[in-house]
Design a binder for this molecule. Structure first.
Ligand code: BEZ
Length: 210
């Protein structure tokens, strides 16, 4: 199934290391990150899941629930979690879907046959509280994800949902932002940006939020 930005995240019921997950119910009013791992007991995945566990507080302050997936059975996941905890000096604190039947992997098009016929690639979806897909990133199996970038995009999504701004290249929280081009009304500009803005070009207006 092809999934695009703005689509409703497909719902599913699947077993996980924390019991059965009814995805939409499980998300509730939270944001979500759903991300796939090629296989259990693989080195890069082990570091990714350890890193994710250590970022628990960062996800929580952004109201994000994290759900991992690998196309291996539950019993294997449970043994792997022991290894992740041992080797990464952490405690896995989020569920891992036991997707041995590939139900969710196929629903989210996580298996790219020309990369591998059996394993998932490193797919990652950010889902908003309305259950809409807001970010899709696909990495190859050989490259571990940059979790600082994932948090950065979530920060940008949450900011730009609430303000009439967009975030420029390499933006980090606290940096200047750009005013969206469709906002042209002078009274609204003054009300929204009393601090003013720098019109480098009519279409490129920079401002600093608090
Ligand atoms: C890994 O997670 O380490 C990995 C998985 C599949 C292929 C290569 C690396």
């Amino acid at each position: 199934m092809t999934i695009r930005l703005g689509d409703t995240a497909p719902d599913f019921v699947q077993l996980s290391t924390e019991g059965e997950i009814r995805f939409h119910d499980w998300l509730g009013n939270s944001w979500g990150v759903l991300f796939s791992h090629p296989a259990d007991f693989t080195p890069v995945c082990t570091t990714e899941l350890g890193t994710t566990a250590k970022l628990k507080a960062e996800f929580e302050i952004r109201n994000v629930k994290v759900l991992a997936l690998s196309v291996d059975p539950l019993e294997k996941h449970l043994r792997w979690i022991d290894d992740i905890n041992d080797t990464q000096n952490t405690t896995v604190n989020f569920p891992i879907l036991a997707d041995a039947d590939r139900k969710v992997a196929e629903l989210y098009d996580m298996i790219h046959p020309n990369a591998s016929a059996t394993l998932t690639v490193r797919s990652l979806f950010v889902i908003d509280p309305q259950k809409k897909i807001r970010l899709i990133i696909t990495y190859p199996a050989s490259t571990g994800r940059n979790f600082a970038e994932i948090l950065r995009v979530i920060d940008s999504l949450q900011l730009t949902d609430n303000e009439k701004v967009a975030t420029p290249a390499n933006w980090q929280p606290g940096d200047h932002v750009v005013i969206i081009p469709s906002l042209q009304d002078e009274a609204e500009l003054a009300a929204r940006f009393p601090q003013g803005y720098d019109a480098v070009r009519p279409y490129l207006r920079l401002t600093q939020l608090n």
